[in-house]
Design a binder for this molecule. Structure first.
Ligand SMILES: C[S@@+](CC[C@H](N)C(=O)[O-])C[C@H]1O[C@@H](n2cnc3c(N)ncnc32)[C@H](O)[C@@H]1O
Length: 331
């Protein structure tokens, strides 16, 4: 649920997803989502699902999981209406849990500004692939040619605009743990297949990056506990070593948290005295006690980006939701 998604109709949400998220990234998903928005039977099917189980990502990944990638609107329709019980059951059982390791490239400059060593606690961690920023490689590309390379695999490539404080190495991480309502296991082939089904066709390199990051994770899996980001945050944070700087972070999570719980989460983080990094859509951050200011420079044109915010302050950067670019905002 992005921002006030709950107030929009199903058709409006699918049209918004098509035009503001898939457009420019995935022409097929743009067409499929518009096809849903225009089809009263598909809309009625989705209206029968609980409000938290109607997202385009969830429907499209479910169809892919059950029947492979639909080639067009008619193929999508055939699967949803022809196998409606299976589609409904999978949507009920699964969640939108896209785990994009490339988001580490947009988090790294902010992480590197924090005095270490670091204890990382990620809420909404999915399979925990964003808990491994110190184990991946980076190629930050600047238009002026001042590129920065950090060796490792997978190599996360990120276009940089503005005066981003790019580190020359990843920070030292001495402890890491995640919370998720439904942790995924990178050693479980079915969970990995679900993660792959959540990728969008047309975005090159994501499948290879997922496989490579999952291999890194399997070599030394990050711990992700089952729990809720408000109710279970303090118990997990209490396990962090006291001689490390605790960093609570999240990316693309609060959109799936009911609006009233977003403020409760902000309060729970505030009580910890930890560093807090949020990588979320501006519309979602607007529900927190310190919403993004109205005078921010406009983001570059294209799919709706996210904001990177430390401790509820003025945002540090606009970032691509899938980690491919960042635009640093302050000096
Ligand atoms: C879109 S995924 C993002 C995963 C990861 N942060 C990333 O950026 O790749 C959102 C994750 O948040 C989790 N989630 C949603 N609501 C949650 C809650 N109340 N408590 C803990 N996790 C939650 C979901 O299960 C899902 O794995």
């Amino acid at each position: 649920m992005i921002g006030n998604e709950a107030e929009r109709t199903v058709a409006e949400n699918y049209r918004r997803f098509a035009l503001h998220e898939a457009h420019g990234r995935s022409p097929l998903y743009e067409q499929l989502a518009l096809g849903v928005a225009d089809d009263p039977e598909l809309v009625a099917f989705l209206e029968d699902r609980p409000a938290s189980k109607r997202q385009p990502n969830l429907l499209l990944a479910t169809v892919r999981y059950l029947a492979g990638l639909p080639s067009d609107r008619a193929a999508l329709r055939d699967v949803v209406l022809g196998r409606r019980d299976e589609v409904a059951a999978t949507m009920r059982a699964r969640r939108t849990q896209t785990n994009e390791p490339a988001r580490c490239a947009t988090l790294l400059p902010a992480l590197a500004q924090i005095d270490g060593p670091l204890a990382l606690l990620e809420v909404g961690a999915s399979a925990g692939l964003c808990l491994l920023p110190d184990r991946y490689g980076y190629h930050y590309r600047r238009a002026d040619g001042g590129d920065v390379h950090i060796a490792g695999s997978p190599l996360l490539t990120c276009e940089v605009r503005g005066p981003a404080p790019l580190p020359s190495r990843a920070p030292k991480v001495v402890w890491r743990a995640g919370i998720d309502l439904e942790p995924l296991d990178v050693a479980d082939p079915d969970d990995l297949r679900w993660l792959a089904c959540l990728l969008w066709p047309g975005e090159e390199g994501r499948a290879e990056r997922l496989d490579a990051a999952a291999a890194v994770a399997r070599a030394d899996p990050p711990r992700v506990v089952r729990g809720d980001l408000v109710d279970d945050l303090h118990a997990l944070a209490d396990q962090a070593p006291p001689d490390a700087t605790l960093v609570v972070f999240h990316s693309a999570v609060l959109a799936y948290v009911p609006t009233a719980r977003r403020a409760a989460f902000a309060e729970a983080v505030g009580e910890l005295g930890a560093v807090w990094l949020a990588n979320e859509a501006a519309a979602v951050l607007a529900d927190l006690p310190h919403p993004p200011p109205a005078d921010l420079p406009a983001p570059p044109p294209g799919p709706t980006p996210s904001l990177l915010v430390r401790d509820g302050h003025r945002p540090s950067a606009w970032v691509d939701g899938h980690g491919t670019w960042l635009q640093w905002l302050d000096g």
